[in-house]
Design a binder for this molecule. Structure first.
Ligand SMILES: O=C(O)c1cccc(C(=O)CC[C@H]2O[C@@H](n3cnc4c(=O)[nH]cnc43)[C@H](O)[C@@H]2O)c1
Length: 228
């Protein structure tokens, strides 16, 4: 099985790379062999532009059987502790559109995109998880992808009322769009590093989120490789 593991930054998957260095055969700088799995690592960069370019360039010459995106995220859900894990099943592009006085209109609202034009389901990029031989037992989450991390009350309120999101990232929609377009079974795994709130970086817990994310990533990849 050919498995693509992709992340925005190397920081987010460093413990997973250390696991591969110890437990698998290193084939080349970004390629490993673990049991029945060829694992390719793609660090695609922060934000949708970098992610779409690097992932699109990769998929032009490779056909993975499964693609996995691992990353940290902010959450709108105050009841979720930092370090919680989710699988994103629904992605919205939440800051691509037009301002109209104090209103934000996305590309569906202004009729530049049509609902359910491929690969969208309605206005969302939805993962049905079909074709995946293994699905971790984790809560499913709705996500918004943004170019600017949300950090003021009007923006947060607008996102909550328009999309009812659980989490926010800067790359998820690019990943869903590419995998749906190429018909590659995929999984977006996110761990909560912060609440979506008025910006205060001292409240983020990136080390905890990276630790939890990588423990789950290792067990998911082991399950896909037939090791558990
Ligand atoms: O220092 C900063 O201002 C800063 C702002 C955003 C992200 C970072 C990172 O170091 C993490 C990069 C990565 O994390 C995802 N992420 C995490 N929390 C959020 C969020 O609340 N809203 C959007 N994205 C978030 C994102 O996918 C980035 O790739 C530092």
């Amino acid at each position: 099985m050919k498995l693509l593991v992709t992340a925005a930054t190397i920081l987010e998957v460093q413990p997973f790379l250390q696991f591969l260095d110890h437990e698998s055969q290193k084939v080349s700088a970004h390629q490993y062999r673990l049991a029945n799995c060829d694992i390719q690592i793609l660090i695609a960069g922060i934000g949708m532009m970098h992610y779409a370019y690097h992932l699109g360039r990769y998929l032009a010459t490779h056909q993975p059987d499964i693609a996995l995106q691992a990353g940290i995220a902010g959450t709108f859900r105050r009841e979720w502790p930092l370090g919680s894990l989710v699988i994103v099943d629904r992605e919205y592009l939440a800051d691509l559109g037009a301002e109209d006085q104090d209103q934000f209109k996305d590309l569906f609202d202004i009729h530049l995109w049509q609902p359910s034009q491929p690969p969208f389901t309605g206005n969302a990029l939805v993962n049905t998880f079909s074709g995946l031989p293994y699905l971790p037992d984790l809560p499913k989450a709705t996500s918004v992808s943004v170019n600017m991390v949300s950090g003021n009350i009007p923006t947060i309120t607008r996102l909550e009322s328009k999309y009812m999101p659980d989490v926010e990232s800067m790359e998820g929609a690019a990943f869903h769009f590419a995998c749906l377009s190429e018909k590659i079974p995929f999984l977006q795994l996110r761990c909560i590093s912060n609440y979506v709130e008025i910006r205060d970086k001292s409240k983020w817990n990136i080390p905890l989120a990276v630790k939890q994310l990588n423990e789950e990533l290792i067990s998911t990849v082991k399950a896909l490789a037939g090791l558990s």
